[in-house]
Every structure is written in C-alpha cells, then in structure tokens.
Design a protein around this ligand. Structure first.
Ligand code: GRG
Length: 295
C-alpha cells in the first residue's frame, strides 16, 4: 500500500512543489492504512481469493482519509499541531497549502476510482465513496455536526456543564456524529471491497452491517484512547476531547460502559463472517486487531 500511495501522488519536484509536498506529507510516512486493508480484505472475503480490482478503491479510500485528517487538524477545525508523531500539514506548509492539499487529494481519489472497469463498477464505487465522505449521511456531515455541537455548548455556557444536551438527546447526537464522522468511511471500505469483488446483494448487505458496527466501535475506542493513552503513544495530542468539551462515548456513558459497548459491537461484526470460510480469515484478523488497538 505504501508503494502504491507513493506512486499515485504527484512528485514533490513537480510544479507547484509546495502543494505536492504538502499532499505527500499528508499521506506518506505513517498511518495504519486501515481503510485500504479493510477494503482489500473484504474483497478477498467476498470473492474467495485476492482481488487486484480492489486496489483502486483501497487507494482512493486512504486519499480521502488523509484529506480529512489534514483538514481536521486546521485551526478552524480541531486545531492540532501533531499527527502521526509529526507536525501537521499546515504547521509545515501553511494553512492555504494544507487546505489545497486536502482538496487535491479528494480530487485524486475520485480520478483513481474513475479508472475502475467496467464503467458501471466505477460508477457504483464513486457513489458509495462520495456518499460516505460527503453529506447528509457521511463524514462531512459528521464533522459539521461535531463542530456545531461543540460551538453550541461553548456559546451557550462556556463554563457550565448543565447546558450540555440532556440524555437521551446527547446519546442520539453522539451516535449521529460518530456514525457519520468516522463510521461512514470505514463502512464504505468494506462495501467498496465487496463491490470490487462482485459480491452478491446479500453479501453486500452483510458487509454494510458489519462496517457500521466496526465504524462505531472504532470511534468509541478512539474516544477511550484519547483519555487513556499518552501523546507519545498516539502520535497526536491526547486528552483533547475533554479539554474541548467534546461529546464522547466515555463522557456520556462512562469509560467502562463505553469499553463494553465497543467490545459488543466488534463481536457482533465478527459474527457476520461466520460461515464465510477461509477467505475471510484476513478480514477477521484485521477486525480483531482493530478491537485491541492501542493507537
Ligand atoms: C475535515 C471533512 C473533514 C472531516 C474530518 C476524520 C475526521 C473527519 C476527523 C478526525 C477526527 C478524529 C481524530 C476522529 C477519530 C477517528 C479517526 C478518524 C482517527 C484517525 O484514523 P486512524 O486511526 O488514523 O485510522 P491513521 O493515522 O492510522 O491513518
């Protein structure tokens, strides 16, 4: 995956160099590559063997993910200076180049998908990715809802916890944000792998269901790691959610209940693969390793 990503990105020597350097910084040199791995493993699980046809969607997913992290780190969003143990894109290249690097990566992702064959597959993959990354049901909507919720609390009562949305409104809002902001792209990774492998509608439905559970479990773990792990371990600033008064699973449910919920979702996701045979082993192992991740 590192080699493919390296090759699809514009060279750092190509004009305009600062933009291309910023794009390469955002993509290369770190990252667990979970979305591409999920896509490839889902294709293998659905088709019974390794599928080269899943490579383009896998690359496109990582490019969209990298764009979202670059933009998320900007001062207008999460305002972070550390990502994957390195200075964030705007710290090195400035805000304008970081915004444009994200834009460029997003366009490149869809260009790569457009090269999938047959054209009907390119169309289906493009639709899946743009819905997962966009709005109203995807990542952009989740990010907007997250910022809206945070701003509303801060404006309404800078120091008062009493103005937080009341339960169950807070729980509903939390799930709505998490399913879109992080969950939608992880779910799309599985579905796009299935599409690339020519999976039948029943398998696609299974992958979608499984992806929704993995996506939510992943974000709950992220919330827990933000509280429990160190900045060095995460490669990004730890403890930010509480500092920013974010709506999180451990914040709303408590750490123990959040942990149990993530474990329950991961177990339910894995049950979908019962009866899929040996080809689903890499996907099973990947989901198991995600459930135990420490960064
Ligand atoms: C800016 C439109 C826009 C969206 C941003 C992805 C996102 C939406 C915000 C990131 C905020 C965040 C840290 C969410 C937690 C879950 C998450 C996406 C973590 C980072 O993903 P990993 O762990 O990262 O897969 P690596 O570095 O391994 O690629």
């Amino acid at each position: 995956m590192e080699g493919y990503l390296e090759r699809v990105l514009p060279s750092a020597q190509q004009f305009p160099q600062p933009l291309h350097r910023a794009m390469r910084h955002g993509v290369l040199g770190g990252g667990k590559r979970l979305r591409p791995l999920l896509c490839l493993a889902a294709a293998q699980a659905a088709a019974g063997n390794w599928r080269e046809g899943a490579l383009r969607p896998a690359i496109a997913l990582e490019l969209i993910h990298a764009y979202s992290l670059i933009h998320d780190d900007l001062p207008a969003m999460d305002d972070d200076e550390l990502r994957r143990g390195q200075p964030t894109c705007h710290i090195i290249y400035g805000e304008a180049m970081a915004i444009l690097a994200g834009d460029g990566l997003q366009c490149l992702a869809f260009e790569i998908l457009a090269g999938c064959r047959p054209a009907t597959l390119a169309q289906a993959l493009g639709r899946e990715l743009s819905r997962a990354a966009g709005t109203p049901a995807g990542m952009v909507a989740g990010q907007a809802a997250d910022i809206w919720a945070e701003g509303r609390r801060v404006k309404a009562a800078p120091n008062a916890k009493s103005r937080l949305p009341r339960l169950p409104a807070a729980r509903q809002l939390l799930e709505l944000i998490h399913r879109r902001k992080t969950g939608a792209l992880l779910r799309a990774a599985l579905v796009m792998g299935g599409l690339a492998a020519g999976a039948d509608p029943a398998r696609l439905r299974d992958l979608r269901r499984m992806g929704a559970d993995i996506g939510l479990a992943f974000q709950i773990q992220d919330d827990l790691l933000d509280r429990q792990a160190s900045t060095g371990q995460l490669g990004k600033t730890a403890g930010k959610d509480q500092a920013q008064g974010k709506l999180t699973y451990p914040g709303v449910y408590g750490e123990q209940a959040a942990h149990k919920q993530a474990a329950r979702l991961s177990r339910r996701a894995l049950r979908v693969l019962d009866g899929w045979g040996k080809a689903a082993l890499p996907l099973r192992e990947l989901v198991e390793s995600m459930a135990e991740r420490q960064k």
